[in-house]
Structures are given as C-alpha cells and as structure tokens.
Design a protein around this ligand. Structure first.
Ligand SMILES: *Cc1c(COP(=O)(O)O)cnc(C)c1O
Length: 434
C-alpha cells in the first residue's frame, strides 16, 4: 500500500481536524508505534477490515470484550430483537435482573451487583463505595495497574511511602490524589510497610489480579494472599478490578484462578466490564450484600446513570455470557491461546530473539526480553523500538496486535488453528528482521 492509495490517511486527516488526535481514546492514535491508525469498516469472526478493505487477524477484540469474535449469530440475534423492543427506558427491566442473576451465579463472591456503562465508572464507584462503607479515605493502588480515568486513580508513586503520589494527568489537583497510595506491584515488603503506616486509614486496596495494562503481569500468589490477609486484618476492602480478566481468563474470572492456590480466596468488591457487555457499553461492580446496601437508594453512597443497565447492552452481555458458559468453552479458548504463545515463543527461539510470554484463558502477553517482568519498572525496560518494529511488521502482514507494548492481547473463540498458524508464520518472518 503506497501512501497515495492508503484510504486510512485521508480519514485520519479528517478525524484530526475535528477530534483531538483524531481518536476518541488515546491509544487508538498509534502515537507509541507511529504511522496511521487503521480505520475499521467492519468485522466478522476473528477479522476486521480497514478503509482499504485489507483484512487483519484481530488480537485486540475491542480491548477484550469480543471473546466470541465479531458478529456471533446468537449475540446478533439478541441485540437485534432487543433493539426492536426499545433502546432505553430509564426504568427497570427484567433483562437487568437476568444479567445480575447470570453474573452472580458465576462469581459467588458477589451477592449483589450494580450495572453501569463503563469500567471507569465501575472502578470509580467501587472506590466511593469502599470509602463510604468503611468511613475511611485512603486507598492503595499499584504502579502499572489501570482502573479507568477517574481523577483519584491517575496517580504515580511519589518519592517514598510517606509522600503523596503525583497526578499523571494535567487537570487533576494534588488535593484529589492525596489519599491515593501507589505501590510497586508484587512487592510484599512495601505492601506490609504501607499497612503498618496507614492500615487504620485505608478504605481499600485496588488491584488488577492479572494486570493487562502493563502487557501481562500476574500478581504472584504470595502477593495476592498478603493483600487479602492485610485487608482483613486492618478492616480495609480488597477490590479486584476484573474489568479485563472477568469472564476472560476463566468462567469464574481471575478470582477463581487464585482460589485454586489460596483456599477460600475472595475479594470484597469485584469490578467488571469488557466481556460482560460483549462489545456494548456495560460494566458493573458487586460484592457482599452488607457492603452493597450502602448504595443509594438504600444507603448513603450516591451512584446513578441514565443509561445504566441499558436494555440493548444487557441483551448483548447476556447472550455473550450464555455462550461462554457452554461446557468446554474455556478449555478450547485456553488451548488456542496457549498454542499462539507457544508458537510465538518457538518462532522467537528459532530466530534468536529474546522472548518471554504468559497467558491465562483467552488473554496473553509477551515481552521481547528473556524473563517475564514482575512489576511496571521491569516492564519499562522493554526495548520499545524493537516492539514497534514487530508491531508494524505484523500489521504489514495482516496481523493486528495492540499498538503499544503496555497492552495484553486477546484470542477469541473465532480464532482458528489456521489463524494462529498464519500469525506465528508472520511473526517468524518479522523476528528474522529484528
Ligand atoms: C479497560 C479497563 C478499565 C476501564 O474500562 P473503560 O470501560 O475503558 O472505562 C478499568 N480497569 C481495567 C483493568 C481495564 O482493563
């Protein structure tokens, strides 16, 4: 494709004149990797087509929601019939109850749930609820975990545990982040120190159990166990942000994966999004009845939304969850994802490229370094120039991975063994050039 004939270029120019950076969410702009973003015309199964009608094997799947692939017939059917019945009412519907029943049936740590429209909203509301339920202000988050763009969450660590974090966005006043304590992921000693200093003032610890916003880095079992124990000892809530991992890494979500190694493990609050909407704007947060009853209209913690529990979105989410609940779904998805990362690792080894990789269910990550990193500082040591070369090499060969090295990848049920083989072959060609 020469620049003269690439139809993505004039579209990007038009977009940039009207929309800051030409995009409605920053990472779509290809700023990290350079080049022109692909404007998607349509998608089906494991593929999407751009403005040039070039086909790509899609490994972002809308950043996680499209676990069945695009245009799954049962989901399309559900969305079409829901749309005919009405788009939005601002009054309760039976489908909200059905979706609540479905989710609570699969994630038993939650007894009650509230539906919202985005992961940001869900995470922000979970923190307000944790603060309201405990009567405390401070909370802990970890460097490299993303919980949406609420003000109090856009923070990086200060110079020491006793100092406040620094806002990572302009427009966030220091006063707004003064209660956010930012710690290193997987650092048990630092976590213990923070609890020793602030334990009685902590409303919650918020964590991505398998972090997908610094590529893919898992919380180690001892670290997660310590998070749980310290929260319990100090009366703080453990909030698992499963917006990405929920119904993506296992049917019971990441908490079920940790419960295999930590007997009885459960979070106090769970934040969900992405897969539960199947590609529609839908997210949620939930937990035990005694905590959830602090929410308005029962309790004093205010939370609301015009489009919350939207009837078309709930139809999409319900149809998606009903498909992934079918016997064998996650076994097949996990095997397919495993075959991709094993294939990539073998191709990298054959070409002498340092490579490490991990996956869980339909989520994967890889690093152009020999050892898997354990925290954000280690992730930052990745050679971004090499990653960008890999990204563009794959893109030229019709394989679309996230346009930034800090993002996990996603395999859907629609990806075939042939798609995986084609991806691995493309990667091997690119590895040769690195
Ligand atoms: C995507 C994501 C969010 C934010 O969700 P939005 O719907 O984009 O607001 C929050 N937490 C995690 C872990 C995510 O991956």
């Amino acid at each position: 494709m020469t620049p003269n004939t690439d139809l993505n270029i004039p579209l990007f120019e038009r977009a940039k004149a009207l929309i800051p950076g030409g995009v409605n969410s920053p990472v779509r702009a290809f700023k990290a990797v350079g080049g022109t973003p692909r404007f998607v015309k349509r998608a089906q199964g494991a593929y999407f087509w751009d403005a040039n009608d070039q086909r790509f094997i899609d490994y972002i799947g809308s950043w996680g929601p499209m676990i069945l692939g695009h245009g799954h017939p049962a989901v399309l059917e559900a969305v079409q019939s829901a749309a005919l019945e009405g788009f939005s009412f601002g009054a309760p519907t039976e489908r909200e109850v059905e979706l609540a029943e479905e989710i609570l049936g699969l994630v038993p740590s939650m007894e009650m749930i509230r539906l919202v429209s985005s992961g940001t909203e869900a995470g922000m509301s979970a923190i307000r609820l944790a603060r309201g339920a405990t009567g405390r202000s401070k909370f802990i988050k970890f460097e490299g975990c993303y919980h949406g763009h609420a003000d109090s969450l856009l923070v990086k660590a200060g110079s020491g545990l006793a100092t406040f974090g620094n806002a990572t966005s302009a427009g966030v006043p220091p006063e707004v982040v003064q209660h956010t304590i930012v710690l290193e992921y997987n650092n048990v000693a630092q976590l213990e120190e923070a609890f020793a200093l602030h334990g009685k003032e902590l409303a919650c610890v918020m964590i991505e159990p398998i972090a997908g916003n610094m590529n893919l880095v898992r919380a180690s079992v001892p670290f997660m166990k310590r998070c749980r124990e310290l929260c319990t000892e100090h009366g703080a809530l453990l909030v698992l942000d499963e917006v990405m991992t929920g119904f993506r890494v296992a049917l019971g979500s990441a908490q079920s994966v940790y419960a295999k190694s930590i007997p009885g493990f459960k979070p106090d609050l769970t934040v969900l999004g992405k897969v539960i909407g199947g590609g529609m704007p839908l997210a949620a947060f939930g937990g035990p009845r005694a905590i959830m009853e602090h929410l308005a209209p029962l309790g004093g913690v205010y939370q609301a939304g015009t489009l919350s529990g939207n009837p078309v979105a709930t139809a999409c989410g319900l149809a998606t969850l009903r498909e992934i609940k079918k016997p064998g779904f996650f076994d097949a998805l996990s095997a397919r994802t495993r075959s991709l990362v094993d294939g990539l690792a073998a191709a990298a080894a054959a070409e002498g490229v340092p490579f490490s990789t991990d996956c869980e269910g339909g989520m994967f990550g890889f690093f152009l370094m020999p050892e898997l990193p354990q925290n954000y500082a280690q992730v930052l040591q990745t050679d971004s120039a090499r990653f960008n070369q890999l990204f563009h090499g794959l893109l030229d060969r019709g394989v679309y991975i996230a346009p930034a090295l800090y993002e996990a990848g996603f395999v859907s049920a629609a990806h075939t063994a042939d798609d995986i083989a084609a991806t691995v072959a493309a990667a091997r060609e690119v590895f040769k050039t690195l």
